[in-house]
Design a protein around this ligand. Structure first.
Ligand code: MG
Length: 338
């Protein structure tokens, strides 16, 4: 198989603010795998939080190109040979191989995996801002059935943010604190969030915080962990500190590892959420292919960017539906002249 890869910038529709950073543009890596005249595509969405960048993903892809062999269906064998790091790059390879296998068999990836096409509705993420600003964005979120509010402002106004949104939004609300509360703040805020009808709280405490087990025991709302749950090897420890895990393909290393994480979580009695980074429809298509395995879905990355260069995933009644075309079913709209 022949691999080509390049870095691309995805400018956002508007700056996206979370507790630890503001993003105006996401740097991703697009890859193409060619085999017998057919082409599979994948996207790497590297996560700073885990010290991965577009450059480190590209370097990994260049390093492993010669180890890919010539059988795109040999997924287990291929990944067993690759160094266990650079999970966004691995996710891009995994996506491109699934795209290729889908095209070679004439099946959409979700069907080739034996899964249903439709999963739960996606949340629409509202970045951290002033309460009024967040409520204004909630009022414009007509295409969605649930909201995910970014909290962790460390200004004493997190509850006010949720209250402001609740006055204009009757539907589901989830919150994501991105590790920015202490145990005391969490124990003080979560009961009040419960009264506001919040569904669950994502990553209130820093990853690995020793108070995680106590918060799980005392929280009246389910706790889902994201930063705490990087790959399969983290899932068992998450059962001690959370009621559910947030799986992202860019963290897990792709579809196959994400499926293993989902089943491991189930075995441990944990809920399963599927998240994403700021990514194009190419990345989102891979996530949408396994969304039906999950309880909660947050796959809005391609809707946060100014223009999706890889259309094919359709937002229908709040659900990010993968295409019914073979493979991932997305096609690059404007081929880059480079
Ligand atoms: Mg999160």
């Amino acid at each position: 198989m022949k691999l080509s890869a390049r870095i691309e910038a995805l400018p956002l529709e508007e700056p996206f603010v979370i507790a630890r950073e503001t993003t105006t543009e996401a740097e991703v890596v697009w890859i193409e795998l060619e085999h017998n005249g057919e082409r599979g595509y994948g996207e790497a969405d590297p996560i700073d939080r885990y010290d991965e960048t577009a450059e480190s993903a590209l370097a990994y892809l260049e390093e492993v190109e010669s180890s890919l062999g010539n059988d795109p269906f040999a997924l287990e064998e291929i990944f067993a040979l690759l160094p266990d790091r650079e999970y966004a790059a691995r996710a891009a390879l995994d996506a491109a191989l699934h795209d290729l296998c889908g095209k070679l068999t004439g099946l959409p990836v979700w069907r080739y995996l034996g899964l249903r096409r439709a999963g739960p509705p996606t949340s629409w993420t509202i970045g951290l801002g002033d309460p009024d600003e967040m409520a204004g964005k909630a009022e414009r979120a007509n295409d969605f059935r649930s909201l995910k509010l970014k909290l962790g402002g460390r200004d004493g106004r997190d509850l006010e943010r949720v209250e402001a949104v609740r006055t204009v939004w009757p539907g589901l609300i989830r919150v994501d604190v991105n590790e920015y509360w202490t145990l005391d703040e969490a124990l003080d805020s979560i009961p009040q969030l419960g009264e506001l009808g919040v569904d669950y709280v994502e990553q209130p405490l820093p990853a690995g915080d020793p108070a995680g087990a106590e918060l799980k025991r005392r929280s009246p709302l389910p706790i889902f962990v994201d930063e705490d749950c990087h790959t399969l090897r983290d899932v068992a420890a998450c059962a001690e500190r959370a009621h559910g895990i947030n799986i992202k393909l860019a963290k897990s290393g792709g579809i196959r590892e994400a499926i293993r994480m989902a089943h491991t979580a189930r075995a441990l009695g944990l809920g399963v959420m599927l998240g994403c980074m700021v990514e194009s429809g190419l990345g989102i298509a891979a996530g949408a292919s396994i969304a039906s395995l999950c309880d909660h879905v947050d796959l809005d990355g391609n809707l946060l960017i100014a223009a999706d260069p890889w259309p094919g995933v359709e937002l229908v009644d709040g659900v990010q539906l993968p295409s019914s075309s073979p493979g991932l079913g997305v096609r690059q709209e404007v081929p880059s002249p480079r």
